[in-house]
Design a protein around this ligand. Structure first.
Ligand code: M6R
Length: 614
């Protein structure tokens, strides 16, 4: 949460910073700000509540000159969204300006100490305390900015990615990270800083991903120097970015979310590419092959994740238990990390995350590793913190996901989990050859079947207009469709702000059935599977109470089409792969309801794409 950008070089910093903020706006968008050391050596800070566009409107007639600057787009943790709480924050003398992504947990103690020394504060943020502390150390120790930052960070408890500039030294940016991401871009006579590589890719493909507790000194005309907060010098590891600019643009779609929904046939191809052989008879995941003994001998698998990734984890549980016969538990990372769980050294922990930066997932990984478990990451963002903090893993390779509501990352996660289940089951000998081949073959048919479903976009758009009146929705599914019901409900609530609940269909009669009346839309995932008849009975029960049923059914279904008020017909597939198809109409339904309600689909209120605070 929160996006940070920095630039130092020979060009005007402001347009680069603003463009970078737009790219990072998915990380937080309640206020934004920029600090520049102007051509006349003045340090100017401009901030505005609202989106980056509001900052641009505010700054348009200000002095925005300068070839060095830092900028921030905020997701509030400490202090409401306001001009005062927006970053950058000045130090007391207004010589320093600092931006921060993370939380300084001991800020109240530090603030009290600084207040007693005469420092005054103009915001309710934890961040302002850090910039004041740096200035206090710099002036009392008569040291340079790097040393002051290093000493200050040694006093700080919490998470941070920071960047600081000092008007008395307009040739330098100092930045540091701990538990919040930070990337340095290396151009010709210019340097970039950002929370992820998206603001950088336009200018250079050479990057350094900072490690925890590293401080980087970026000075004009010199190579970046990296030193840890404990004063150990690190050798910068320059990597090449494999990201293209077109992946970061809407490509003619009105929203990133719609673009990402429509990309799914290609993203799933790319997720399987190089993993399933050309004959389509074998799946190889190098992360598993390298550690196959561990997987074969695993006592148990614990899946940890948050939000949509947790829903993918539930599908992973069904797949792994069914085909590998390994017991699986799926945990919210935020619960797991604080509940003193039993973790055995022969457990495997699978951490699923689109961003690879989710704070709770990272903390859960740390806990699992301390207990000696082998940790496997399933992530999308290459080079993010989770892949760098796990023993092995598989990328989902679905390209940058920018819409806050996760869509293509979910289907890619499920695809990776299906491939993992097949690969492990084959190694363990717990799957019949014909079943293995049948699933593998059908997995390769999924992208074309998704293309078929996407043709229903207009129908789903029309259907969604009927339901904009609703204040509540219920989503029902059983078996593999139960996590899909949870995911459908999450999609709807996060972008349309309509309350929605996902339930296992048979649980209805244990309580939620009381909610049903003729106004309640119920989305029933009723595709053709082993418990189809049971789902038919559940729909009967809802119809008997006048609920309005929107059913997702398989091609050729006649029974539910008769029963339901509305239906969306999708191609049939194997039960274990059904989530990859039944999810698509639910993504489209949520999208169109939100558009009908005029919601900010890609940047829904209160949310951020990457949840880097707990
Ligand atoms: O990056 P991650 O997959 O770790 O993120 C987890 C959740 O924050 C994320 O899935 C969130 O629930 C999405 N907004 C759902 O659409």
């Amino acid at each position: 949460m929160c996006g940070i950008v920095g630039y130092i070089g020979y060009r005007d910093a402001y347009p680069i910073l603003i463009k970078g903020l737009h790219r990072l706006e998915y990380r937080g968008y309640d206020s934004a700000g920029v600090a520049l050391i102007n051509n006349d050596s003045k340090l100017s800070v401009y901030k505005a509540k609202g989106k980056v566009q509001d900052l641009e409107d505010f700054a348009k007639d200000k002095n925005i000159t300068g070839t060095i600057g830092i900028a921030h787009t905020r997701w509030a943790t400490h202090g409401e969204p306001s001009n005062a709480n927006a970053h950058p924050h000045y130090s007391q003398s207004e010589s320093l300006a600092l931006i921060h992504n993370g939380i300084i947990e001991n800020y109240t103690v530090l603030k009290a100490e600084l207040t007693s020394k005469g420092y005054t504060f103009h915001s309710s943020t934890d961040t302002e305390v850090l910039v004041q502390l740096i200035e206090y150390i710099k002036s009392t120790n008569h040291c340079d900015l790097f040393t002051a930052v290093q000493l200050a960070l040694n006093q700080v408890i919490g998470a941070y990615a920071i960047a600081v500039i000092d008007k008395s030294d307009p040739d330098q940016i100092i930045a540091a990270r701990k538990s919040s991401p930070l990337v340095v871009g290396i151009g010709e006579d210019e340097f970039f800083l950002a929370s992820d590589a998206s603001p950088i890719v336009e200018y250079t493909n050479k990057v350094i991903y900072l490690e925890d507790e590293e401080i980087v000194v970026i000075r004009r005309g010199e190579e970046p120097k990296i030193v840890t907060i404990s004063n150990v010098v690190s050798t910068p590891h320059i990597q090449e970015l494999k990201l293209s600019l077109s992946q970061l643009e809407k490509g003619g779609y009105p929203h990133f979310m719609l673009k990402e929904i429509f990309e799914q046939p290609e993203t799933l191809q790319s997720c399987m590419s190089g993993r399933i052989n050309v004959e389509g008879t074998n799946v190889t995941l190098s992360g598993i092959i390298d550690y196959k003994e561990k997987f074969v001998n695993a006592r148990r698998i614990i899946i940890i994740a948050c939000g949509t990734s947790w829903h993918a984890g539930l599908i992973g549980e069904y797949l792994i238990e069914e085909y590998c016969r390994i017991p699986v538990e799926v945990e919210y990372a935020s619960e797991f990390r604080y509940r003193n769980p039993v973790i055995f050294p022969d457990d495997i922990v699978i951490a699923i995350s689109q961003s690879g930066e989710t704070a709770d997932s990272l903390a859960a990984i740390e806990l699992a590793r301390k207990a000696g478990a082998f940790v496997y990451g399933v992530c999308n963002v290459v080079g993010s913190s989770i892949p760098r903090n796990t023993d092995s893993g598989s990328y989902t390779h679905c390209g940058p996901e920018i819409g806050v509501a996760s869509t293509k990352a979910f289907t890619a996660q499920v695809t990776v989990l299906a491939m993992m289940a097949l690969a492990i089951a084959k190694e363990k000998g717990t799957i019949e050859k014909d079943v293995y081949l049948k699933i593998l073959k059908e997995l390769q048919n999924i992208p074309n079947k998704i293309k078929e479903i996407l043709k229903l976009n207009e129908d789903i758009k029309n259907l969604s207009s009927i339901f904009t009146y609703a204040h509540n929705f219920i989503y029902l599914g059983r078996g593999y469709s139960y996590p899909v019901a949870l995911e459908g409900a999450l999609k709807l609530k996060e972008i349309s702000y309509i309350h929605a609940e996902g339930y296992p269909a048979a649980e209805m009669k244990h309580g939620p059935i009381a909610l049903i009346d003729n106004e309640m839309p119920i989305v029933a995932i009723a595709t053709n599977n082993a418990i189809y008849e049971k789902v038919v009975s559940n729909i009967q029960e809802i119809k008997a109470r006048n609920g309005r049923v929107i059913a997702i059914v398989s091609d050729g279904d006649e029974t539910i089409k008769e029963l339901a008020d509305h239906y969306i017909q999708i191609p049939s597939t194997l039960e274990c792969l059904d989530p990859l198809l039944s999810t698509i109409p639910l993504q489209l339904l949520a999208y169109h309801v939100a558009v009908h309600k005029n919601r900010d689909v890609d940047m829904p209120r209160n949310l951020a794409k990457s949840v880097t605070v707990e």
